[in-house]
Design a protein around this ligand. Sequence first.
Ligand SMILES: [Zn+2]
Ligand SMILES: [Zn+2]
Length: 180
Amino acid sequence: MEREVATLDLRALDLAPGAATRLRLRVPAIELRSGGSDYVTDPASPEVDVEVGRSLSGLHLRLRADVVITGPCWRCLGDARVPLAIDVTEFQAEGREGEEFDEDLDSAYVEPGRVDLGTWARDSVAEALPTTILCRDDCAGICPVCGGDRNLVPCDHAEETTDTRWDALREIAERLERGE
Ligand SMILES: [Zn+2]
Ligand SMILES: [Zn+2]
């Protein structure tokens, strides 16, 4: 089992310009709130693949991971398992100490000598979350009339389509939560 790393120590990697390395490690458990429900990574500390390269212009980072997020399905409240493929990059230009943050030259996750891997992984997973989290694409949901789980028990009210108004409300609530 790889060790769990929240902060990557760049000084320990000691990369000369032109050098690159690839690390397989685990990041701390990722917990997210979406649509008013809690979601966590399974396994708790997901394995990630980190590439760190240094050029004359700066530091090039790539984070890749296949993670699974678990939590309640928005329609039936049953267990949903959402696989997410994460593949993101960051760049931090050389010699930027003391300069004002510039999104073309600076990475929000890179500080002198280290990378905040935990926050980067968490933000990347949050970004990759689908807008609607379902146990399966065609989840029939809970019947608004009789309250039965339509995935288990077909009821006479089944011809009424799933009430998507709640999805829209949840999306709005989620946007507010994110501060959009
Ligand atoms: Zn469901
Ligand atoms: Zn019903």
